[in-house]
Design a protein around this ligand. Structure first.
Ligand SMILES: [Zn+2]
Length: 425
């Protein structure tokens, strides 16, 4: 390690309190879908306070509609109420380096049921080296780490030899349209790093993910003549069973080599179910929302058609459903998977930075979920990966992130900047 690099790392350590404080500030904003504006404001203020010039990039469906990566959603973008993405570009001072982009998402999933938590999910609590709160891991600590990694380079007295873009987006957890809007506006780089909380491992593969909703109509009757009705809620059961069988078949198909060691890489989730409106009325309506994943190499249209066929075949065996076809809506995620070699220059350098700091080689991470890498890998320059803090219980109660791992992420990102973009004084 050079003396300049050592100076940059010391400078990261100087910011340990700021990194934790900024994480807590972000966690206090309950930035679930539709409610991201206050976290966006905090992000904007922090970047301005550090001397950057952040600007907003809204998700504009008119600009994105025709983009192959755009995910149609059933909420309105026109009244966006401050639900913007925030970007700041740190311009190169010298010449000859390679550009970088750090991306993080400000949105979080609902903490409900809040009663399962030991503390208020939006009131961060520090205990025994862990920070608790919704979004503490996924992924507000990562955002704090990436911002202060950039700041640390400047504090150590250096500029960069290529542009660095800092980007905080919304809708990572549901559509990916936030990162896509920024990419579509021209923000990309020769290396893209996302501090998702998968720990100090370099992500080389992620599955594709899609969302869909199945709606079933029934025939309402007073329960005293239930035999004349058709219960929409109960008609969902065989459809869900058929989807489970489809999931097993897809898992048993030969997938890409990198997923071979995983027992069950593709997961179907029935995440929401609604239906009926009265205990003594045969349910006239029911619907359920699902998430399904698929291997890299399969297209969104292929998996979509498999799902349609599965529902159609199952419905065909039921006298009521064969006459009253369930409807399927594909909304939100429609992201395809990808694989990238660990030997790609940005990934191998990131791995070397981790090793030089920790003394241990970085593991490879094969993700059975999707991340905003989808935009950069499918439609951008394509050297993109995740590397971030260690978290537990993300999307569950008592989510927490290990504070030392936030600092490690910041150090690795700062060293990466020094070596990838290049330092100049
Ligand atoms: Zn995340």
């Amino acid at each position: 390690m050079t003396s300049e690099e050592k100076a940059v790392l010391e400078s990261v350590d100087h910011y340990s309190d700021d990194i934790l404080e900024f994480t807590c500030k972000l966690v206090r904003e309950p930035s679930t879908l539709g409610n991201e504006a206050s976290a966006v404001n905090v992000m904007e203020e922090e970047l301005s306070g550090l001397g950057y010039s952040p600007f907003r990039i809204p998700i504009d469906p008119q600009k994105l509609e025709k983009h192959p990566g755009f995910a149609p959603v059933d909420w309105e973008y026109s009244k966006n109420n401050g639900r913007d993405n925030i970007v700041a570009v740190i311009k190169a001072v010298g010449k000859g380096g390679r550009s970088a982009l750090f991306n993080g998402h400000l949105d979080v999933v609902s903490p409900e049921p809040n009663s399962y938590w030991d503390n208020d999910p939006f009131n961060p609590v520090l205990k025994n080296g862990w920070l608790y709160g919704r979004g503490a891991g996924d992924m507000k600590s990562g955002i704090a780490a990436m911002v202060y990694a950039a700041r640390a380079v400047e504090r150590a007295g250096f500029g960069l030899e290529a542009d660095l873009t800092l980007e905080a987006v919304i809708e990572e957890e549901c559509s990916g349209n936030g990162a896509l809007a920024c990419l579509n506006a021209g923000y990309d780089a020769e290396a893209v790093l996302i501090p998702e909380p998968f720990g100090p491992a370099v992500l080389t593969s992620q599955v594709g993910v899609l969302w869909f909703r199945v709606e079933v109509s029934g025939k309402p009757r007073h329960v005293l003549e239930a035999e004349l009705g058709a219960n929409a809620i109960e008609k969902c059961f065989p459809l869900i069973q058929a989807l489970r069988e489809m999931e097993e078949k897809l898992n048993n198909m030969p997938g890409p080599d990198e997923f071979r060691d995983l027992a069950h890489p593709l997961n179907l989730n029935i995440g929401v179910i609604r239906g009926g409106d009265w205990p003594s009325t045969v349910a006239a309506f029911a619907e359920f929302d699902c998430r399904m994943s698929f291997f890299p190499g399969m297209s969104f249209n292929e998996i979509k058609n498999i799902i349609i066929r599965t529902i159609d075949h199952s419905a065909a065996t039921d006298p009521w459903l064969s006459q009253n076809q369930p409807s399927i809506t594909f909304y939100g995620f429609r992201s395809e998977g990808h694989t990238i070699s660990m030997g790609t220059p940005a990934l191998s350098l990131l791995s070397a930075c981790h090793k030089d700091i920790s003394g241990r080689p970085a593991d490879r991470y094969i993700a059975t979920c999707t991340t905003d890498l989808r935009a950069f890998m499918s439609f951008g320059k394509g050297q993109a990966t995740c590397f971030g803090p260690v978290a537990e219980n993300i999307h569950a109660q008592n989510e927490r992130v290990e504070t030392e791992s936030i600092m490690h992420t910041a150090r690795v990102y700062a060293l990466f900047l020094a070596r990838w973009c290049g330092l100049c004084s």
